[in-house]
Design a protein. Structure first.
Length: 161
């Protein structure tokens, strides 16, 4: 019983101290705001007087006169830079070996060009796919397995009957 009374008295004393500290903090905050307002007013008055020439305080020095550089003849155009793409083989990957048969084989003749489309068709209808780029079909059938549908909070509940 005495312990509860001690805690109760301590809480009341602590609450009183906190109220006093909060009041002091509020008072300091109000004083700070008043001083900031006063400083702003003084600075605006100073700015008004300095704009009219009444303020005789510090003024910035005039900037030094900068002479433009003498005209020079245009520089010759630069040579084009080399390309940025480089093929880099990692050191741990062996380079592919060429076979002698491949060196001796002649390249295959390109297929004949398709005939030009008639000129009276719209532009979108004149497009023809590249015969060299034929898409390859899938090598193996792909099995699609749908995961069980769950909501954010677990599996869905069945609708009422």
């Amino acid at each position: 019983m005495a312990r509860a009374r001690y805690i109760n008295d301590f809480s009341k004393a602590l609450a009183g101290e906190v109220k006093i500290l909060l009041a002091e903090v509020g008072k300091l905050r109000d004083e700070k705001r008043a001083l900031q307002f006063e400083i702003a007013e003084l600075m605006s008055i100073k700015a008004k007087h300095s704009a009219e020439g009444l303020y005789t305080g510090w003024r910035p020095a005039p900037p030094p006169a900068i002479e433009p550089p003498p005209p020079t003849e245009p520089a010759p155009p630069l040579a084009p830079a080399p390309g940025g793409w480089r093929v880099v083989q990692p050191p741990h990957v062996p380079k592919p070996k060429r076979k002698q048969n491949q060196r001796l084989a002649l390249p295959a003749a390109p297929p004949p060009a398709p005939p030009p489309p008639p000129s009276n068709l719209p532009a979108w209808a004149q497009w023809r796919p590249n015969p060299h780029l034929v898409p390859a079909g899938p090598s193996a059938p792909v099995a699609v397995v749908e995961p069980p549908r769950t909501g954010i909070f677990g599996p869905r509940t069945p609708p009422p009957k």
